[in-house]
Write a protein that binds this ligand. Structure first.
Ligand SMILES: Cc1cc2nc3c(=O)[nH]c(=O)nc-3n(C[C@H](O)[C@H](O)[C@H](O)COP(=O)(O)OP(=O)(O)OC[C@H]3O[C@@H](n4cnc5c(N)ncnc54)[C@H](O)[C@@H]3O)c2cc1C
Length: 612
């Protein structure tokens, strides 16, 4: 076979069994694609084809909590960013899944939701129905909260939750694993002492300050994700087909700009190899993720005019925003050690053989203990007003006084600049808000962590290579290109020191390793930021933003691509402003809502035919 790899050749349907037309074609069988395919194929009269570049990862280890910190290279696209001047010209790791189930198959299972203001900000950008109230039914529809299996751990950790903000019968199972490191309790207390109260339930629109974050595992502790909860239960439906190991090259349009087909090509075959064209009678839904949804749009003639012209691609819709507005939560690694840490702590298994043996036994015999936790269950998502009460006004003033074009990609058009100014107004309000986090400090007993910039001002790009449109696109996060982002990170580092200096924390004997106590001035800390920050926590998004077209948007609030018909986007690309949270649960909500929107418009236009 063409790849010399039997496993890669296994596919749900053989290309020979492809029909010439389906009602719906979903491009990308990742996290959002499988949600949408499941919901659209609930109607047995509608046929759905999913085309996925990757294949199945059937490794049982991928279901175990330990998989949450090991990302198999075979399930990721092999791409790197261009050098980033804001972080000392280093390149950054790029996270884009290439496997059935997408990011949900390999991610850290840290199942967090943004605060209400994160989603209300989307609504303020012209997207009615996308505020927290509009999305809550979809957060619920996609989830099922299972009472944690170990009441002793719940009582010990004082883990709190409100089942009313989750579903009771949704596909994705959510719970708290049976383990808490004792140091976590001290860290909560120390947060409380420095003005960060503990929330009862972050997922109720209150994921700011300090709170518990559940894990998306079933009661046996196994990964609950798009493949086993949305695809497997639906895969025997005769009207649902998944074709793996195929790349969607382009969407094809009629003269009237109706999207009617996709051109697909077997993975691993060279440019110019045979392709297959498959038609969609009703709608084509792009779910190829933040990296490839804009790439496919650009290849299909939807994107910035100058770029498409340079690549020799005929323009179907001149949308400068396609591939712009890239955002992520750039992490800066701050290192402390606890000289008098409590026992046990996250390093105990490395130093104490008896404890290490107990950890193994607890897991193999009861599926409990430290190995039941993929990445941790606690976040401190701190408002800027708390991190920097005396300096936040100056940071906001600096942000608002900037000439926007100074720090934005040079390709930005007048519409995009106007869109950024709208985003900046909203960001400024978030920076001033005591109910929205600007930095996330994940914690679960460890002294060191990544300070994650939740609301950056810098904007990056995903750009097709004009010399080879099928090569991986150029990725430029532009991390820290806006000096306000550096100021925010300095505020976070100083606040981390304040937290470490809290009275309760002293029993752990915190000692600073990096930045190092000798670095105190803004200039010194700014050098540290540049050397310790990277571009991505695997939350890349926003590259086909849902915003008005005259503000550089790519899709409308009903997720339809501007300038054409019957083409929509249902993945993480549509987010206009990155929320202050890990993105997985938000992607489920977006995809569930997308499916409802797609069904509703199909019903409303039943009987229409595509003009070829
Ligand atoms: C390593 C990693 C760790 C993460 N950890 C967490 C976490 O702990 N908590 C959390 O909340 N979030 C986490 N995330 C983020 C979250 O998983 C993602 O935001 C989410 O899965 C994105 O979903 P999506 O549907 O937009 O894209 P994806 O799930 O990436 O799906 C896109 C799919 O499209 C396919 N595709 C691409 N191009 C083509 C093409 N041309 N033709 C056909 N198919 C194509 C890809 O192969 C992929 O399967 C993590 C992500 C990663 C990658």
């Amino acid at each position: 076979n063409y790849l010399g790899n039997d496993e890669l050749m296994r596919r749900q349907i053989d290309p020979g069994a492809l029909k010439t037309a389906y009602d719906y074609i979903v491009v990308g069988g990742g996290q959002s694609g499988l949600v949408i395919a499941n919901r659209l194929s609930e109607d047995p009269t509608k046929s759905v084809l999913v085309v996925e570049y990757g294949t199945f990862d059937d490794n049982p280890g991928q279901l175990e909590p330990s998989s949450g910190t090991k990302y198999p290279a075979k399930d990721l696209f092999n791409v790197t960013s261009v050098p980033q001047p804001g972080i000392g010209n280093r390149t950054s790791t790029v996270y884009a899944a290439s496997v059935v189930g997408g990011g949900s198959t390999i991610n850290g299972m840290f199942f967090e939701r943004g605060s209400a203001e994160d989603y209300d900000n989307w609504e303020k950008l012209g997207n009615d129905g996308w505020g927290f109230t509009g999305l809550l039914p979809y957060f619920k529809k996609s989830t099922r909260f299972n009472t944690p299996i170990d009441p002793v751990v719940v009582a010990y950790g004082n883990i709190t939750w409100d089942p009313r903000v989750y579903g009771t019968d949704g596909p994705i199972q959510v719970t708290y694993p049976p383990w808490v490191w004792p140091g976590t309790k001290i860290q909560f207390k120390a947060f409380n002492e420095v003005g960060v109260p503990t929330q009862f339930e972050g997922a109720a629109g209150k994921s700011y300050n300090a709170f518990w974050v559940p894990t998306n595992v079933d009661p046996t502790g196994r990964r609950s994700y798009a493949r086993n909860q949305y695809f497997d239960p639906a895969k025997s439906r005769p009207n649902l087909s998944l074709l793996v190991n195929y790349r969607v090259n382009e969407v094809l349009f009629s003269r009237a700009k109706h999207a009617h087909s996709v051109r697909i090509q077997a993975r691993g075959t060279p440019n110019g190899a045979p392709t297959i064209t498959v038609s969609a009678n009703t709608e084509i839904v792009l779910c190829a993720g933040w990296l490839h949804t804009p790439h496919i749009l650009q290849r299909s003639g939807i994107g910035p005019k100058a770029l498409l012209t340079a690549a020799g691609i005929p323009i179907i819709s001149d949308l400068p925003g396609v591939g712009s507005n890239l955002q992520d939560h750039g992490p800066a690694f701050i290192q402390f050690t606890y000289k008098t840490d409590v026992f046990p702590n996250p390093t105990s298994a490395q130093t104490n053989a008896t404890f290490a043996a107990w950890v193994q036994q607890e897991w193999t015999q009861h599926r409990k203990g430290p190995l039941s936790v993929p990445t941790g269950n606690n976040a401190g998502t701190i408002p800027l007003t708390t991190m920097n009460p005396t300096g936040y006004q100056a940071i906001v003033a600096k942000a608002l006084a900037q000439t926007p074009a100074t720090y934005l990609p040079k390709t930005y058009t007048a519409e995009q600049l106007a869109g950024f100014v709208e985003q900046r107004k909203i960001l400024a309000a978030s920076y001033r808000s005591p109910t929205n986090g600007i930095f996330e400090i994940p914690f679960s007993g460890s002294a060191s962590t990544a300070l994650c910039l939740e609301k950056p001002m810098s904007r990056g790009t995903v750009t097709l290579q004009t010399s080879d449109r099928y090569a991986e696109p150029s990725i430029d996060f532009n991390t820290n290109i806006n000096p306000v982002d550096v100021d925010l990170t300095i505020s976070a580092a100083r606040f981390y020191r304040t937290w470490m200096a809290a009275p309760s924390m002293q029993q752990l004997g915190p000692a600073e390793l990096s930045p190092g106590t000798n670095l105190t001035t803004d200039a010194q800390l700014s050098t540290w930021v540049s050397s310790s920050m990277s571009s991505s926590t695997a939350h890349s998004c926003c590259t086909a933003a849902m915003m008005p077209q005259n503000l550089g948007g790519v899709v409308s609030p009903d997720l339809l691509v501007y300038g054409v018909t019957r083409l929509s986007v249902g993945d993480i690309s549509v987010i206009p402003l990155i929320p202050a949270t890990h993105t997985c649960s938000t992607v489920y909500a977006i995809a569930e809502k997308a499916a409802d929107l797609i069904k509703a418009r199909a019903e409303a236009s039943a009987g229409d035919t595509i003009q070829r």
